[in-house]
Design a protein around this ligand. Structure first.
Ligand code: ADP
Ligand code: MG
Length: 544
């Protein structure tokens, strides 16, 4: 049969070189990657057979089998899942489509802590080259008449050829490097070693992982076990499996409801913003299970857009296994569940603020930008979102403030929560608008995110205190006495102001005396309902 030799795409080649010469000490993780891929493949096949009645695949005994051959010194991980077509093999294995690979390689070159970085990245299938000098993958997709064999030693090329009688699913065979204690390469064909690794990293996998006749994982869904039984390490491994993020989660929490609509949820807040957090094609992280059966990834009916970084699993008892995204969007029970999930996420962050302030600081730095979108989209929870938000302010050059802290510092004669939006802290601090407030000792929130421009338009107040832009309208800072003095002065200057208003009529609506400024001679202010300068710039840039 015809054997083709193809070249790895260049980023893939670089990553493979790294794996081959890896100094990363935790080489055991290659097995976690293979079992994780096999588990995904089984989930996918089961789902396909629900959806596509014409698919003729055997789903009577879906499982993962590990076979060790001591004499040949090979290790095989086999699944009878969805498999891959030839094109998929070339695309998925020969190319690195993973977002962030380029970024990862760049960081790696700059860093002297390569070990940690490799551990964090989640290298997937290529991690096999840490322990093998040749890898053979044989796979067949249920729609394909014949199977495909892929083989490589991880150098610049791989071969592909057809296999007439390949079984359903995928097998990956590692031709292991010689055992070498110095290089942290134990004997991966040893039963004890294999069992230990599977139990450590893959115990929760719901499909049986078999070694010979024996099933070596407990297969218990973590969310179905009592919380006191599950260790942080087990939660963290599960988080890595579902999120493909190799850091530990910042926060782990669970929920359950009994009664007419029963469900359990196990949710995670990541410790780093996902790469796609602000991309158009971003994903929402919660998976839906029905009675322990995986149904779908990125279930948008379960989490609003602004909480898209929340990862985890919701397992509902009373849904049909072939429920569709459209049905979910309209289901009243699902809507109720979503409301409870949202409240739970917000209250978890609230607790984090007081109990783990450092974690909260990380949370806000990484994910606050997304959370603030909720001030616009989730009116029902607006107060709770404001309560977990932090902002830069004139109070401190480094520390952020919550609104509650701001209100506590408010002066006796201060009515409003003052803010100014702009491109950067420096522009805002140099702005003449700030002078009068500074003189009065009033604190001003410094809002520099694009989203800030929008929510300040939509959100009127926090705990009864109005948000007031210092760049707009009449900022009422004067006492009664000062007011009468100003109106006296206005009379004195009436002619001059009228003249200036006329001469400048092309540029401004009105020229007024102001108590805003202490050292600058004049400044331009917007009307109460005008766009802020930054928004005006944004709209102009958009051609409007
Ligand atoms: P990731 O799992 O993070 O996507 P991997 O490098 O582990 O990255 O795998 C790349 C892709 O190859 C997977 O997304 C999947 O589409 C495919 N793949 C890997 N192993 C299998 C398998 N056992 N069965 C079917 N497809 C697989
Ligand atoms: Mg994988």
């Amino acid at each position: 049969m015809h054997v083709e030799t193809l070249e790895f795409q260049s980023e893939a080649r670089q990553l493979l070189q790294l794996m081959i010469h890896s100094i990363y000490s935790n080489k055991d993780t290659f097995l976690r990657e293979l079992v994780s891929n096999a588990s995904d493949a089984l989930d996918k096949l089961r789902l396909e057979t629900f959806r596509d009645k014409d698919l003729t695949a055997d789903i009577s005994d879906l499982h993962i089998a590990i076979e060790a051959d001591e004499e040949q010194h090979t290790l095989t991980v086999r699944d009878n899942g969805i498999g891959m077509t030839r094109d998929e093999v070339v695309e998925l294995i020969g190319t690195i489509a993973k977002s962030g690979t380029a970024e990862f390689l760049r960081k790696l070159k700059e860093s002297d802590q390569q070990q940690d970085l490799i551990g964090q990245f989640g290298i997937g299938f290529y991690s096999t080259f840490m322990v093998a000098d040749k890898v053979t993958l044989v796979t067949r997709h249920p729609h394909a008449a014949e199977g495909v064999r892929w083989e490589s030693s991880g150098e610049s090329t791989y071969t592909i050829d057809a296999v007439a009688d390949a079984p359903q699913g995928t097998s990956v065979t590692l031709h292991l490097k010689p055992v070498d204690a110095d290089d942290q390469l134990p004997d991966y064909t040893a039963k004890g070693k294999i069992t230990e690794i599977v139990k450590r990293y893959s115990d929760f996998i719901t499909w049986p992982v078999r070694l010979g006749e024996e099933t070596i994982n407990s297969r218990k869904a973590l969310w179905a076990r009592s919380s006191s039984d599950v260790t942080d390490e087990e939660y963290a491994e599960f988080y890595r499996h579902i999120s493909h993020d190799w850091n530990s989660p910042l926060e782990t929490f669970r929920m359950q409801a009994e009664g007419t609509f029963e469900y359990q949820a196990l949710l995670f807040i990541p410790s780093q913003a996902p790469m796609d957090l602000f991309m158009r094609e971003r994903k929402r992280g919660v998976q839906l299970y029905v009675k322990r059966v995986f149904i779908m990834d990125d279930c948008e009916a379960l989490m609003p857009e602004y909480l898209r970084f929340v990862k985890g699993v919701v397992d509902a008892q009373d849904l049909s296994l072939n429920v569709s995204r459209e049905i979910l969007q309209q289901d009243r029970q699902i809507q109720l569940m979503r409301r409870r999930l949202v409240k739970k996420v917000l209250s978890t962050v609230k607790t984090m603020m007081t109990e783990k302030p450092d974690n909260y600081a990380t949370f806000w730095r990484e994910l606050g930008g997304a959370v603030k979108e909720g001030l616009l989209s989730d009116v029902e929870n607006r107060e709770s979102i404001l309560a977990i938000s932090s902002f830069a302010s004139t109070n401190s050059p480094d520390d952020l403030t919550t609104l509650k802290q701001y209100v506590e510092r408010m002066k006796d004669d201060q009515q409003h929560i003052y803010f100014m939006t702009g491109d950067s802290r420096a522009t805002i601090e140099n702005s003449p608008h700030l002078e009068a407030l500074r003189a009065k000792g009033f604190e001003v929130l410094i809002l520099t995110d694009a989203i800030d421009e929008m929510w300040v338009e939509a959100v009127p107040q926090f705990e009864g205190r109005q948000f007031q832009s210092i760049a707009k309208g009449q900022v009422d800072l004067e006492t009664e006495e000062e007011k009468s003095a100003t109106s006296e002065r206005e009379k004195d200057f009436a002619d001059l102001l009228a003249w200036m208003t006329t001469s400048l009529s092309e540029h401004v609506k009105q020229v007024r005396l102001s108590s805003r400024l202490t050292t600058s001679a004049a400044c331009i202010v917007g009307d109460q309902h005008d766009l802020t300068p930054t928004l005006e710039k944004m709209y102009r840039a958009m051609g409007q």
